[in-house]
Design a protein around this ligand. Structure first.
Ligand code: BGC
Length: 438
């Protein structure tokens, strides 16, 4: 059965930042620091989903969605990240799961979509190996409560983006700019994934996935220097997070003048870690937004330069719209990993637009319809070319808090008025509903 769904994430929609015993997350801290997020926006209220969740489940039901990917806020369930659990946090997700199931919608929770408990950041966050174990303990708590009804689980969302933006460049929480010294964050997240997979299975979870953000990497030219740079970028963005999970080995990082074991906290990768990380999975979640064009470096530092993809339409974010890039990505994964590639689920795909309701209240987002239609066709072509693709989740159900961009980038099938919380389904919502009916 092919799963059609939409995706969201806790910090981006829930609000209720300090309610019902929830602990602070690194995003609560980061958004309240001056200058971190555009216009000082925070997720304190966001879409107020924590209070309006029934309305949002009704929107999913009206769409005819077969599945809903949401994330669980770790500090809502375990306020300090380890130790005491908060029953009111668990109750919230319990009710949500029951309401989804009552509508025939498969719940697909993600355990970590970047809102790390601040108390764990105070211990070093994902730079600290202990966090991997705390993550597995938290996974066990959630699964003990929900695995009797939830079949499909995702451990992490986009460990690459969390490492690169959060710890490498400092544009996301926790706001650290460690550059390549952030590599332990890759290993500790992956170890956390492996340990959590074990905990989930022990609690009866039937299907476990990880979601990686992947991009087809296009060399700027056929020159040897550009090809080597593209290969180095592919290694960092794609292979660093897929190879250990699917092949049980890290890729060669010599283009960066390092190995996983020459960074701080050596030896970072200990005996047995890769066996834990590469435990068999039931699927690989892939988030795709656009390809990346890479040339030889122009300044010292990293062994590549992002030269930008040109010649395509762009989203409000300025990201190139390249639907066939999704086919290229999926078939490329199949070529690279062969039989080691489990079934693939596109766990996010979508675009931001400057959506404004017209005088009649209608948001006529034809650009998004064209975007989604093109990408769904690309998934179909990938399937024809032999990739076992089993799901497609639109990012996102609702306009929401878009990280460093605050509320400026609207990705939803449903428009949200952030002053009132009012939801208005856009034309793309009706388009998808009709397509799912058909
Ligand atoms: C993330 C989402 C984000 C989306 C659009 C993905 O990297 O998982 O949280 O909103 O991209 O930027």
């Amino acid at each position: 059965m092919f799963l059609w769904g939409t995706a969201t994430a806790s910090y981006q929609i829930e609000g209720a930042a300090g309610e019902d015993g929830k602990g602070a997350s690194i995003w609560d801290t980061f958004t309240h620091e001056p200058g971190r997020v555009r216009d000082g926006h925070t997720g304190d209220v966001a879409c107020d989903h924590y209070h309006r969740w029934r309305e949002d489940v009704a929107l999913l039901a009206g769409l005819g969605a077969g599945a809903y990917r949401f994330s669980i806020a770790w500090p809502r369930v375990v306020p300090d990240g380890k130790g005491e659990t908060e029953p009111r946090g668990l109750d919230f997700y319990d009710r949500l799961v029951d309401a989804l199931l009552a509508e025939g919608i498969t719940p697909v929770p993600t355990l970590f979509h970047w809102d790390l408990p601040q108390a764990l950041q105070d211990l070093g966050g994902w730079m600290n190996r202990d966090i991997s174990h705390h993550f597995a303990d938290y996974a066990a708590v959630v699964a003990d409560r929900l695995a009797d009804r939830v079949e499909m689980w995702i451990t992490l969302n986009e460990p690459f983006v969390h490492m690169a933006f959060g710890y490498g460049m400092g544009v996301h929480a926790p706001g650290q700019a460690l550059l390549l010294d952030a590599l332990p964050v890759a290993h500790h997240q992956l170890l956390g994934h492996g340990l959590a997979t074990r905990a989930l299975r022990a609690a009866g979870a039937r299907q476990v996935l990880i979601t990686n953000n992947c991009t087809p990497v296009w060399p700027a030219s056929g020159s040897e220097a550009d090809l080597a740079a593209a290969d180095a970028y592919d290694t960092l963005h794609n292979r660093l997070f897929n190879d250990p999970v699917l092949l049980g080995a890290y890729p060669d990082l010599s283009a960066y003048g390092t190995t996983m074991n020459t960074v701080a906290d050596s030896p970072l990768v200990r005996d047995g870690d890769l066996a834990i990380i590469s435990a068999p999975l039931d699927g690989l979640g892939i988030n795709y937004y656009n390809p990346t064009r890479i040339g030889a470096p122009t300044e010292p530092g990293l062994p590549w330069a992002d030269v930008g993809v040109t010649g395509f339409p762009t989203t409000a974010f300025g990201w190139p719209v390249v639907p066939d890039g999704l086919r290229e990505l999926l078939t490329g994964l199949k070529e690279r990993y062969g039989d080691r590639l489990p079934p693939v689920y596109v766990t996010e795909n979508g675009c931001s637009q400057d959506d404004v309701p017209g005088p009649d209240g209608v948001v006529d987002d034809q650009g998004r319809i064209a975007f989604l239609d093109g990408h769904v066709q690309a998934v179909e072509r990938a399937a024809e070319q032999g990739v076992d693709v089993r799901g497609y989740f639109v990012w996102s159900l609702l306009d929401n808090f878009e990280w460093a961009e605050g509320y400026h980038q609207r990705f939803g099938l449903v428009h949200v008025d952030f002053e009132t919380g009012r939801r208005t389904p856009k034309a793309s919502y009706a388009w998808l509903r009709d397509r799912l009916k058909g």
